[in-house]
Write a protein that binds this ligand. Structure first.
Ligand code: BGC
Length: 862
């Protein structure tokens, strides 16, 4: 139903789904195309001067154009059906956004928060405070402003009402851009650990550091990108391409972070799957992720459901367009999916500079504009409220959602002052706020250890046994030459110590530049680049940790970390070769392997019959160039372990830890085996409006390999241990009562529970309980990741992950693992009913070591 105000407002809409727009009548100014860099780095102009800006802008413009020519093509774009005017009709380039109107369904009005469930008390307090606020004060709450801190986002205090303001800071792997904090394992590393309890511990430790620093809102965790585009630059920030695995880990992370009083802002909602053309630039709009309703629900929305279920205080809307409507003005995504279907009670914040309209975004469900609201909100929002374009109730709801999240986290009581530990310039003398907490040292180490995945280990190459001589090769073994804060254009601030800061910054403006690198040659990787990079203040490099161990063992150590064709001493008992695969925000990766590193590995393997390869990979990295070389005896995917990288690796190499990581993605034999390799580019009619059609539906990663019968090199869920586990005794039990005690509704076709955070409450009713025994039949103690997959009738996928547990089992002992299958786990999205549907039929239940090694087989019938 359209309200009167909405009808008035439609005259001012510039760029969204409903109705024809008349940009010329816009009272809200259109965003200047070249204001992007200033928006992204608000302090850049002020502090470092215009010269630096000009330099970067020049690079961006040059690099962006060149990048278009250089990037790989994926045949996805180009066949979107337009419903409005704007196309030329003769096949030439579409020039007007009106062509796309209607592709994303309009959902209005924006639902007000209800204060249901756990939000009741916070909602009451928020409403009282909002009631005492003036129009200007409410507007201040909704828009970022500058501050004397290094918080990338800041909401001004309102002293009259004892509101102290809010600091918003990156990101998912530790506080960025400050000192005296830890560098936690990155998202991909946590995903590879398949360890829910450890993910929770990490959330507690990391959240505590945000709190001590006076960060009110942690800008993470990441569950979008999901990882559709294998070469996407930000996949490493998320946990897994599998929505169930990502969902379980994000749930733990959000709960843990928020349990110490920090608001999480789960991002980027939704369909943010490529970096190329992620933002509008040079007259080209941001790419549109064109996703059908079923795929949207079953894949991309799934982990966000878990984050909302966990109570995430914030959700960050994304840069790109969803079905041709910008992420932060998409009423279907924000009002519809998030605030109606998922019953989200918190606030929606823009990605930085992702607001492209004023009235539109307000009506579509946006609550906070970052890093500034000046362009579209601020005084413009006041005008829109006064003339009725935006209802007063919408502004009150924005303010209530922000304040309720703040109260729900008890940030009104004894919370450190916003940004207290976020010095604006680390190169100048400043007060030290040490946020590290020594009781989380073991979590940092366990987290680093458990994300390593051993995929090859022949002739007992690992663990090492006090070798007499060891040789080390490759650029990723040692620390970078420099690790020190410098201004906004410093490698340190963006995690580019081992790479090239100018290359990284180029990506912030558009589609990347020619010659972007696959690897970081200047040292080891503990994280990827961009806003997800943590602030390194200590790094245990693999080389240093191994050297320490070599000293203890009396091992002779030789190394050549720079040559492409180094000499390997023939007396080496083992040769360790270190490579990496680099990825950063702002641009997509140029490839899935690189000839330099592959050549180096083969060169060493030709000389050394015990060549052990360690790859720090910020994304999927292919290994077929060398994997079958008879002298390559072991291969470890070391992912992005955070600051205790070397210490963790050494513990695995020498058998003090038993490897227990499993691949959170599939490693193919060839690039072409993946359904979507690289980003979509502007092409054909869509030169100004790049299109990315998600035509593969839900068939990503192992779903695709299974459905198309493609043999991977290493399948999803795979990983070796120093011991062996046997599986037996599968037992399946049908539940007979719902959580509410209502047994008749348990197997009903559709859920009927009230919508609370995450969706209808009965989606979480347990329908089946499954158990299995796992026996450690080897000689080493260790942890096993038991995985449960379900074949859902009527689904495109052969099987889908629907349970995993990670018991630690001593040699010769047996553990019983238990899984619960909920209504949600067994349902598919019914596009007609617009509900999750529990179909009738036979569900295959398999349990085992990986997605392709499933010794226990059973079924249930509904
Ligand atoms: C990123 C976000 C980040 C924000 C603030 C944006 O460029 O996409 O993930 O939180 O910047 O730094």
């Amino acid at each position: 139903m359209q309200s009167e105000n909405l009808l008035k407002a439609s005259a001012f809409m510039s760029n969204s789904s409903p109705g024809p727009a008349s940009p010329s009548t816009n009272i809200v100014p259109t965003k200047p195309q070249h204001g992007k860099l200033a928006q992204r780095f608000p302090s850049l102009q002020k502090k470092r001067g215009i010269a630096a800006v000009v330099l970067v802008v020049l690079l961006i413009i040059g690099g962006g154009l060149a990048g278009l020519a250089a990037l790989p093509r994926h045949g996805g774009g180009g066949n979107a059906e337009g419903s409005g005017s704007g196309g030329s009709g003769d096949g030439s380039s579409i020039s007007n956004d009106a062509f796309f109107y209607g592709q994303s369904p309009p959902v209005y009005p924006s639902p007000n928060m209800t204060g249901a469930g756990l939000w009741a008390e916070a909602f009451t307090k928020a409403k009282a405070l909002v009631g005492a606020m003036t129009l200007d004060e409410k507007i201040m709450l909704t828009s970022g402003t500058s501050s004397k801190t290094s918080c990338p986002g800041f909401i001004a205090p309102i002293p009259r009402l004892n509101f102290t303001g809010l600091c918003l800071a990156d990101a998912g792997q530790g506080v960025r851009g400050t000192d005296f904090v830890s560098s936690w394992p990155a998202g991909i590393h946590v995903g590879a650990s398949w360890n829910k309890a450890l993910a929770h511990q990490r959330g507690l430790g990391m959240g505590g550091e945000f709190r001590t620093k006076g960060v009110n809102v942690l800008l993470g965790p990441v569950v979008g990108p999901v990882g559709r585009v294998v070469l996407s630059g930000r996949n490493w920030e998320g946990f897994s391409v599998d929505p169930y695995l990502a969902g379980k880990i994000v749930f733990e992370t959000v709960q843990a972070v928020q349990s110490v009083g920090v608001m999480a802002s789960t991002k980027h909602f939704i369909g943010n799957e490529q970096e190329t053309n992620r933002v509008p630039s040079g007259g080209i709009e941001a790419v549109s992720s064109n996703i059908d309703d079923k795929t949207l629900h079953e894949l991309y929305l799934w982990p966000f459901m878990d984050a909302v279920k966990a109570g995430t205080g914030g959700i960050m809307c994304s840069y790109q367009r969803l079905n041709n409507s910008y992420g932060c003005s998409n009423s279907k995504a924000l009002n519809g999916l998030l605030k109606t279907e998922l019953g989200f009670e918190g606030f929606v914040v823009t990605d930085w500079g992702a607001q492209h309209a004023g009235v539109d975004t307000a009506l579509a469900g946006l609550d906070m504009a970052m890093p500034t609201g000046d362009t579209f909100w601020g005084s413009h929002l006041a005008t829109a409220i006064k003339n009725g374009s935006v209802p007063q109730s919408r502004l009150d709801d924005m303010a209530s959602r922000i304040l309720a999240s703040y109260y729900k986290s008890s940030q009104d009581r004894g919370y450190p002052s916003p940004g207290v530990g976020m010095a604006s310039d680390l190169t100048k003398a400043h007060t030290v706020v040490d946020a590290r907490n020594s009781s989380f040292r073991s979590t940092l180490l366990d987290g680093a250890v458990e994300g390593h995945v051993l995929v090859k280990n022949i002739r007992n190459a690992l663990p090492l046994k006090s070798p007499k001589m060891l040789s080390i090769f490759g650029y990723s073994a040692r620390n970078s030459d420099v690790n020190t804060p410098g201004g906004i254009i410093s490698s340190w601030l963006w995690g580019a110590q081992s790479n090239d800061i100018m290359e990284l910054l180029t990506g912030f403006g558009g589609s990347g530049k020619v010659g972007k690198t696959s690897i970081s040659f200047n040292g080891t990787l503990i994280a990827g680049g961009g806003s997800g990079a943590p602030s390194q203040s200590y790094v245990s490099a693999p080389f240093d940790a191994i050297a320490q161990q070599a000293y203890d063992d009396g091992t002779a150590l030789f190394w050549d970390l720079t040559s492409a064709k180094p000499f390997a001493n023939p007396n080496s008992e083992a040769c360790l070769v270190f490579g990496n695969a680099w990825a950063t925000e702002g641009q997509d990766r140029p490839g899935m392997h690189d000839d330099y590193t592959d050549g180096l590995i083969k060169h060493i393997a030709n000389q050394c019959n015990n060549t052990i390869v360690v790859l720090h990979n910020a994304g999927i990295r292919l290994v077929d160039q060398f994997i079958d070389h008879p002298n390559v005896t072991a291969v470890l995917f070391a992912h992005l372990p955070g600051e205790l990288s070397g210490r963790a690796l050494t513990s695995i190499l020498y058998g003090k830890s038993n490897p227990s990581g499993r691949l959170p993605y599939t490693i193919a034999r060839n690039e072409t085996d993946y359904p979507v390799l690289g980003p979509d580019l502007p092409q054909g009619q869509f030169l100004k409006f790049p299109q990315s059609n998600f035509s593969e539906g839900t068939l990503l990663d192992y779903r695709h390999f299974d459905a198309k019968n493609i043999t991977p090199r290493y399948e999803f869920g795979f990983g070796l241990s120093y011991t062996t586990f046997n599986y037996s005794n599968l037992a399946i039990e049908k539940a007979n009562t719902t959580s509410s005690g209502n047994s008749t509704a348990l197997f009903a076709e559709y859920p009927s529970g009230a919508v609370r955070e995450g969706g209808p409450t009965d989606l979480w009713d347990v329908l089946f309980r499954v158990s299995a025994d796992i026996t450690n039949v080897g000689n080493a103690d260790g942890a096993e990741v038991a995985q449960l997959y379900v074949g859902i009738p009527g689904s495109d996928s052969v099987r889908q992950l629907r349970g995993f547990e990670k018991p630690f089992i001593n040699a010769t002992e047996t553990a019983t693992v238990r899984f619960e299958l909920t209504r949600r786990d067994l349902s598919v999205w019914d596009t007609n009913a617009q509900k999750w549907k529990l179909g009738s039929g036979k569900y295959n239940i398999t349990v085992g070591r990986s997605s392709r090694d499933l010794p226990l087989v059973g079924e249930v019938v509904i």
